[in-house]
Design a protein around this ligand. Sequence first.
Ligand code: MG
Length: 271
Amino acid sequence: MYLGVMVRLDDMNVDERFKQVYDYGFKYCQLCNWKMEHYTDEAAELVRAASKKYGITITSLWCGWEGPRVWNFYDGYKTLGLVPAEYREARVKNLISGSDFAKKIGVTQIVTHAGFLPEDPTSDLYTEVVSAIRTVAEYCKSNGQTFLFETGQETPVTLLRVIDDVGTGNLGINLDPANLILYGKANPVDALDVFGRYVKDVHAKDGLYPTDGKSLGREVPIGQGKVNFPAFIAKLREVGYDSSLTIEREISGEQQIKDIKESKTYLEGLI
Ligand code: MG
């Protein structure tokens, strides 16, 4: 296993962002984009150049989508991923654009939050969501890519069922251990018993369980939350995972930099 860090395309200061990754001492990153207007040939060229200049390998492209997004247990169902019908078609197109952009920058894994995947496999919603995911996954396949589900908004067994039912053969999981806790869906160490064989990329993030029925738990610096990182890394090894741990700290500013550096030191001691 090796460490990486999340890089955002947000401000398009691509060279500066990759230099930061290099300065932190990482050789791997995940690239994340939420702005569809950034999927251009020009941006792809900037990414390729910066990645080469600083010797940084991009393990996965994390693809956002347009429209509202509310990360809680009420509005989340209505706004996130491919679940809400009113945004589904546009977001399938967004993810297809992401797949094409990934191809341009030579990345073979794309990741997204597909939304609160329905628990009931006999519901119409389940069938519609599975079908939409299949459209995206088949497109990724035609681009020689694997489509990864970011964990958190569903139980591990629901995710496993969706993977089986989409059935395109190029599906995997981007395991964010903190998300399983923040959404109160599972202990990430135990989740590996359910879907360990599908894990293709991992976020290193920590958090606390929810303490009310509406809001997610709180994200905290690595080592201060409920993810048992020594056990988690040992279990990843046991299921044969040998790729990157991408440090993700979803705050900004000086504290984010400090937390990323401390996480790096802490995780280096474990891998
Ligand atoms: Mg994550």
